[in-house]
Design a protein around this ligand. Structure first.
Ligand code: SF4
Length: 171
């Protein structure tokens, strides 16, 4: 089973009320090859909501207690992000997820790039809190930029690949 960020599958769960829909994500969900999670919704936030960023490090630092997650107005939401990461991990383990494709730049879902904590649009190399926890438990996490048929196919059963091809469900 593949784990996807809910916003990639078209759900309007982003902080601005929108999504980051990728047709392949929708199709993987449609054929039962994927499940979706939104750590920020699972953390109890509304949509739309204030943006949040990691200050003082990256997702791994948050897990280690060396950094925190704050909203743009300064509220410390670290505990919410940690709780959500643990929930996502439990769901992933229950569904025997071995690989995830999560939205880049998010303080929860980022896998290569996140924002630097100054809410000025500056990016740094790093992972979000949920991604860091999943990777600590041997789950491979890729960014949405790698969500292509060629990249995903090795993680799908031949039957699912055949189904996607048969119904022209890939771009
Ligand atoms: S990037 Fe992750 S936390 Fe942000 S809206 Fe998408 S699924 Fe939710």
């Amino acid at each position: 089973m593949i784990l996807l960020s809910s916003c990639l599958a078209g759900f309007n769960v982003r902080y601005d009320g929108g999504n980051a829909r990728r047709p392949l994500a929708v199709k993987l969900l449609a054929v039962g090859a994927a499940i979706t999670v939104c750590p920020e919704i699972m953390a109890g936030f509304d949509t739309p909501r204030e943006p949040a960023e990691i200050q003082g490090g990256t997702g791994a630092d948050v897990l280690a207690g060396r950094a925190r997650v704050v909203t743009k107005s300064g509220a410390d939401v670290t505990a919410n992000y940690l709780m959500a990461a643990r929930q996502v991990l439990a769901i992933a383990q229950k569904h025997q997820v071995t690989v995830a494709y999560l939205k880049q730049k998010s303080p929860a879902c980022g896998s290569k790039v996140i924002y630097d904590g100054n809410f000025a649009g500056h990016r740094i190399a790093g992972r979000g809190v949920t991604t860091a926890l999943l990777q600590q438990h041997e789950i491979r996490v890729f960014g949405d930029e790698e969500l292509t048929k060629e990249h995903v196919a090795p993680f799908l059963s031949p039957a699912v690949v055949k189904l996607l091809d048969k119904h022209n469900l890939v771009e």
